[in-house]
Design a protein around this ligand. Sequence first.
Ligand code: ZN
Length: 241
Amino acid sequence: MRYAVLSDVHANAQALRAVVSSLKVADVRSVVCLGDVVGYGADPGEVIAVSRTLCEVTVAGNHDRAASARDSGFLFNQSASEAIVWTREQLSDEEVSYLAGLPLTSVYEETLLVHASPRNPGAWTYVTGRRSAAIALSAFEERLCLVGHTHRPAFYVSDGEKARRLSLPKLTMQDGRRYLVNVGSVGQPRDGDPRASYAVVDTNADTVEICRVAYDTELAGRRILAAGLPVFLAERLNHGG
Ligand code: ZN
């Protein structure tokens, strides 16, 4: 069975709509979400509504927790915290309680879903290289763990001792190995490619594939500026950085 994995949509309705359109071609049976539904972008209400109907499972991201004031102790940079304050003002009580109720982890099709790292998920640490990947790979039992948070797609494999990085965009899993996959970001990619990023997991073929979808970054940027959010948040969409 094939399912799509979305993460870090960040209230970017233009990117989410483009991804939803591409899912018909991707031939998936279901969709799951690794959190950061809101924060940064200009359409939190639409993105919450779409992802609630679209996603079978959604785990919490740090921005979801901050927007629902459940995790006020997390430190954000200036533009992120401005966006969180703005986002809170847009959300209904019902939307806030939906975000506050998202779990930190979930197991789906024998795969662990978590926003940042399987090691202490509520600490929101970043898995950015082989060393942090090795720590993360030792912190869960399942064969595969799917994460987001860095906004950069990546594949890591463990042979039991060391972790290695594997090349994108397609991973074929082998027996006796365990994997950590970062699916990238739908709404604010930071790997130099402005196209929305998500993954498709095929449980029969044992593959994970990163998919990229172009969308109207200019329009998403104009929505951010019209909302009075920081200019930086609009500009970075155009170059994926
Ligand atoms: Zn994020």
